[in-house]
Design a protein around this ligand. Sequence first.
Ligand SMILES: Nc1nc2c(ncn2[C@@H]2O[C@H](COP(=O)(O)OP(=O)(O)OP(=O)(O)O)[C@@H](O)[C@H]2O)c(=O)[nH]1
Ligand SMILES: [Mg+2]
Length: 331
Amino acid sequence: MNLKIGIVGLPNVGKSTLFNALTNAGALAANYPFATIEPNVGIVPVPDERLDVLAKMYDTDKVVPATVEFVDIAGLVAGASKGEGLGNKFLAHIRECQAICHVVRAFKNDDIVRADNKPEDDIIKQAKDDIDIINLELQLADEETRAKIAAKRKKDPTDEFIPYLTDKPVIYMFNVDEQGLTDQVLQNKLRQLISANNHQAIFVNAKLEEEMSGMSREERKEFLASYGVSNDALGELIKAAYATLGLQSFLTAGKKECRAWTIKKGSTAPEAAGTIHTDFERGFIAASVCKFDDLARLGSEKAVREAGLLRTEGKTYVMQDGDVVEFKFNV
Ligand SMILES: Nc1nc2c(ncn2[C@@H]2O[C@H](COP(=O)(O)OP(=O)(O)OP(=O)(O)O)[C@@H](O)[C@H]2O)c(=O)[nH]1
Ligand SMILES: [Mg+2]
């Protein structure tokens, strides 16, 4: 199961800067609109401190986190559906994503030109207008798709699944400056711009995140603390995507490998086994399960077993977030 998130927004709002911070991939971020032409794709590990605990406990050779794929595309402008700017053909890369990360400029810096060439004067009003432009372009792109499909259906009326852009959950990333990171008044006003749709808002300073991209988790914490920030925006983005898509992780642990796997909430034990290997699902016999918290608290699998907290579960067991599992199967 691979979670894929597409990054959209106007040109020069900091999409590639954020993408770089996320993927450390060094995609071109530059101070001119349309710096990105071809889409950049990057794989990002899902931060999961539980894996570190397990790796230590099992003296593991290899740690494999769950991953999220990010797609960074060219900026959209008003009229993109009619070919303005670079047009809207890059949205095709977003169609196969499960969620959208909509980056909105909310920082003041006259050196970084806005897509409409207007000076930065009213951050809230301009953010609202910018959001409306992008959402309208997403709608228009969907209408184009709808029309294309209607035309095709006349010849071939198969009922295919159409991944409309406007059906996807959106996580708004407001790219704020240093002061904006701790400015609750500004953040509440920005949050209100999107509250009508019940979407999630995250506040990030893409530039700072990029500066932090080579740092360890501890160094990041310290660096952010020096700006009065305690939350990890990139981690929040991934968590928000997991939550809106109803995803969770289960863990496998051993000397050879400790690993996190992504599954849908409500998945049964055989379905979870199937994410590891289809043979595991087909030949599923039972799952030996304990809670990560019990394992971390008691310190070893042996102690968990002795405390009676290692369970054997069958085919109908519904997996819980943080289950540490070993599957028994027969092929
Ligand atoms: N001051 C400030 N500048 C930023 C911030 N984020 C990005 N920038 C700068 O804004 C410029 C544009 O950033 P990009 O990340 O290339 O923007 P983009 O949204 O990918 O733009 P296109 O690819 O052209 O659509 C770069 O010079 C960045 O360094 C920020 O949070 N604060
Ligand atoms: Mg870019």
